[in-house]
Design a protein around this ligand. Sequence first.
Ligand code: 13P
Length: 334
Amino acid sequence: MNTQEQLESTIRELVCEGKGILAADESNPTIAKRFKAVGVESTEENRRHYRNLILAAPGLGEYVSGVILFEETLRQHADDGTSLPSIAAKQGIVPGIKVDKGKGPMINAPGDEITEGLDGLAQRLEDYKQLGARFAKWRNVYHITDTNPSRAAIEANAEVLARYAAICQSCGVVPIVEPEVLIDGDHSIERSAEVNEAVINEVFQALRRHRVELETMILKPSMVTPGNANGQKASPEDVAKHTLRVFRRVVPAAVPGINFLSGGQTPAEATLNLNAMNSGPALPWTLSFSYGRALQEPAQKAWAGISSNREAAQAAMVKRAKLNSLAALGRYSS
Ligand code: 13P
């Protein structure tokens, strides 16, 4: 297959009615936080054990089309020697890889951050492909205050995201483009809508400038919600209304899939909100999930680092995936 054929076949497998993506690409500091919450030490062996367990969960492939892995996982193996990416692939789950190198403060833009990792990216992608990765993810973050994100941060972050996506496509790797507008803060849902619209609009301008093929990429955005310190929760119908209004304005219909991050919503909220978005009139894109915490939290609690809890943890994983699959079809009821 040439690179174009690779992009097309991967996007066909990833964007699939009633299926979503599992984000299991926590960096070592982040997975250490998640493990600590369930009393587990984050050693390489524990990470291998846990990620092997979720990727091998029987039936997961019915609801999950792709999994985003951290570089360490791409190189790990199960006890029988099978590589962890192949365990996912055997279930029909396409392995992908987080390729950004994390974020840091943006110089001269107080309160804003910028994501790094473009240097040497094409070579790294060739190595990741050898290990089984067929798509990639790059995450930008934007903080909301009365004055953030600044114009400079919106433009600079869009530029790096577009350069990443162009490099991925040149290597035959489908890019997941993730501009995460953080939920932290006391802002209103209207302010979240305003920032998301400005951020996503700028991202698509940069994607065009860099001639990224919109048909073979996936957008991974935040939902439009009030800040977590706002004191008011929005109903799923409100979240759906504000989120879809923004997307209709700024996301071209050529984009096949929009797979949301969960960004600190509870597992139940993330499912209800996705379901509300898929319960209205037909949309130009397939709207599904690419959740990390909202898919894995129940499985991590059920596991708690104890080998004999393996099956219970796998069942918790598959249950959440199934409920979100129903939500992606607008057929979930609590
Ligand atoms: P959450 O769903 O936990 O926000 O994680 C998704 C993700 O991949 C963030 O980069």
